[in-house]
Design a protein around this ligand. Sequence first.
Ligand SMILES: [Zn+2]
Length: 317
Amino acid sequence: LIHHGLDVGGTKVLGVAVDPAEPTVVLAEERIPTPSGSDGLLGALADLAGRLDDRAGTAGAVGVGVPGLVDHQGVLHTGPHLPGIRGLPIADLLADRLGRPVAVDNDANCHALAEARVGAARGARDALVVTFGTGIGAGIILRGSLLEGAAGFAGEAGHMVVDPLGPPCPCGRRGCWERLASGSGLSRLARDAAYAGRIDDVVALAGGDPEAVRGEHVTEAARAGSDGALEVIDELARWIARGLANLANVLDPGVIVLGGGLIGAADLLLERVRDAFAVRVIAGELRPEIPIVAAALGERAGAIGAALLLDQAGQPT
Ligand SMILES: [Zn+2]
């Protein structure tokens, strides 16, 4: 029995074929650039499933993770990196085209499902999985199941407002968590520090132009012991911890898993986030410790989780 998991990213669609009983063993893998438009996206998903059929030698049921708001029927309502796509019934259209079951969910939910079943949150009944990339995605596991919400839109933690006077967000509000605590948040904090003259060494590393300072320059300088860069990392850790504490106060998770590109700097961030979280979560000194750990499954987590949207018989769960 084989399932295909397809993870739609901003630049590429990653597909894996896995045995759902042992989903961390990737039997076949294919990737194609993310096309634009509804027809392009559907065509790319069908093409990728076909390639995985060939590679795996069998037509597997298909799970798809997409960045955006996906309802219970597998309709993508809107996605920040998929301009022009509105109200696209991906599950129905792809199932018609491929002639097999298709399940569709939000990509961060897929990440969370994979980490909860076979990754860093394995064995935890209640878990919070947060992915820090350009933006922030979150998936909430309650009593062993994904929290979907009434419409299917639960888990949009990246647009939790943590600073009403903060930087504008493309969603139309100000101070959304993902404007301050993501990869782009780190770039923003770094540029602010650069213009304030607090990280001249990092600016030099970026070629002398404060506008050219990126997150990578800060992490590189921080690892080399730059005091200014480490202060920026401290600031980032506090923003991450503020959001995590808000979520933990509401959800009381048994474990918090942090994934995504930004957590490539786990060596710099994890301890700082834990310390900043401990003093911000309610009753931090009284409650059982909530472990904060790095994700285990890496860049394939979303695709593996998409394959897990189907039950053992290959039907959408
Ligand atoms: Zn927002």
